[in-house]
Write a protein that binds this ligand. Sequence first.
Ligand code: ADP
Length: 399
Amino acid sequence: MSKKIFAINAGSSSLKFQLLSMPDESLLVKGIFEKIGLKEGIFKIEFEGQKEKELLAIPSHQFAVDYLLNFLLERKLIASLDEIDGVGHRVAHGGESFDDSALIDEQVLSIIEKLSFLAPSHNPVNLVGIRAFQKALPETGQVAVFDTAFHQSLSEAYYLYPLSWDYYHKYGLRKYGFHGTSHKYIAQKVKEIWEGQGEAAEHLKIINCHLGNGASICAIKNGQSVNTSMGFTPLAGLMMGSRSGDIDPMILPFLLEQENLSAQQLSDVLNKESGLLAISQLSNDLRDVLEACDRGDEKAHLALNMFVNRIAQTIASYITDLDGLDALVFTAGIGENSAVIRSLVVQKLNCLGLSLNQAANEQGQLFIQNSQSQAKILILPTNEELMIAQDTMRLLEFK
Ligand code: ADP
């Protein structure tokens, strides 16, 4: 029997939601509450081919959840609240406590709360979202889906930093990795595609490039994360829209002293004022950078080159980690939509035997490698909400 499952992503001033019918995976309703807590909030919702937008004061996440459920009832999108069979919540940080999604109970909530020191701007608001749904739907099963869980399979040699053990023991200072829900979803999809073609899929070596505003790459073997580019925080690894990615760590104490910055100011420099935005001096949005490149803007060109270099370098190093490669995947806003980025990245990997069919790449086909390529290259849309709904179904033991 089909089930209605919410996939929820609560941010500090926003709440994104999708209501999916499972297991057929059809999307019933999707939308977002924005500017929660400010004077004028925004509620956007899409259902049955319609789009609506309302401006209203949204004082709290609890208000948003109650408002949403009332809206669904009033519009007869559901006949009663009993129709909601489960709620899955994206939770930023599961630390070393969760290597899978978890059915929410008081113990799970208290661990998420304890882990807030690792994700102070995310875990507490994720908890607010969970509590709001618990209050509105006290009888409905809820599941936490952690962005870090998929990467708990990393071996010590990959997750430890070459720092004193004390920091690891005291603070859990290690690589956690993020975007796990997306990387896991893609790993499953690739497996399904291989199986659908009657090919062996158990031991696939996959490199998934999740390139959005935030960007990370994951090396996957036997369906498990082997290495990933984000680290203790989502700042590590690739150059991103406004995040620096990896830089010489001694730059940090140098800047603290020279610019007389506070820790928070330095964090803002690295997270909000760096990356494509800093080098192009234009925008953190790749589309703007590409447009400027077309106009011959040199700084935009430099930003593009740096962005591409780091992606290609990371892929190359992960081919080493995996000892080979079966499938290179591009996903998320940039990965799914930018033929230019895919083309520039793969061009840099020609020396490792990867090459594109340019026409397939331009057309955005599923497979975009050419016949000489040593590995398949794919474009796959990610779907974190669907992964959340699937995990919610699995943990609530719905078939
Ligand atoms: P996030 O979920 O991390 O906020 P998305 O996955 O939505 O980000 O990706 C946003 C990025 O995708 C932006 O940098 C945007 O410029 C880029 N993007 C979207 N469409 C295109 C396109 N057609 N060409 C190039 N970049 C694109």
